[in-house]
Design a protein around this ligand. Structure first.
Ligand SMILES: Cc1cc2nc3c(=O)[nH]c(=O)nc-3n(C[C@H](O)[C@H](O)[C@H](O)COP(=O)(O)O)c2cc1C
Length: 175
């Protein structure tokens, strides 16, 4: 079984999650690779697709949303999983992943388009040294540092458990 893990990532932390998922899927015996949505290969060649995006101001990155919209026909015929990487706090044990307001705005639409097996929100990471100009300015606003704290909050145990779930579901296709 061939799996592609696609990501949209501005500063690399979502790419790290995607690469980790692909590596874990390989450990479960699947053929899996991680690629940016901007350099996505022909997805018809894959049996299953995982797509993740960083979240900025409540939204998936545009290239990820556009990719899903543009390829919804092919994606809807395959097992698909979606993940978002954003909250700068430990989680999701603090809040259920489907709690209102946690998932980015697009996920409802993307659910209807491609009927993912599952969607998840993982905590993200922020390294102030990597931020672009406008994001540095946002962080300088009053409360900016409280809203966007520095740190790596990615919970690798959670991500690993999700990858294991995906591997199990691919091994035993839904009836
Ligand atoms: C300006 C700015 C806005 C952000 N807005 C959100 C947001 O609305 N929701 C959220 O969960 N995370 C938000 N984040 C956190 C990012 O999603 C998090 O840092 C993520 O891990 C970044 O992924 P990347 O390194 O792959 O770009 C924001 C970060 C920045 C710098």
């Amino acid at each position: 079984m061939r799996v592609i893990v696609l990501y949209a990532s501005m500063y690399g932390s979502t790419r790290g999650i995607a690469e980790f998922i692909a590596e874990r899927l390989r450990q479960h015996g699947l053929e899996a690779e991680a690629r940016s949505v901007d350099a996505a290969p022909e997805i018809r060649d894959y049996d299953a697709v995982v797509i993740g995006s960083a979240v900025y101001i409540g939204h998936w990155m545009r290239e990820a949303t556009e990719f899903v919209r543009k390829n919804s026909g092919v994606l809807d015929g395959r097992p698909v999983w979606l993940f978002s990487s954003g909250p700068l706090k430990p989680g999701p044990e603090t809040l259920p992943p489907d709690a209102p307001g946690i998932e980015p705005d697009e996920i409802g639409e993307l659910r209807r388009l491609v009927h993912p097996r599952n969607t998840r929100v993982f905590s993200g990471a922020l390294d102030p040294a990597k931020l672009g100009f406008s994001h540095r300015l946002i962080r300088r606003l009053p409360a900016g540092r409280d809203l966007l704290p520095e740190g790596d909050f990615r919970n690798w145990d959670d991500i690993e458990a999700w990858a294991a779930e995906i591997a199990r579901e691919i091994a035993v296709p839904a009836a």
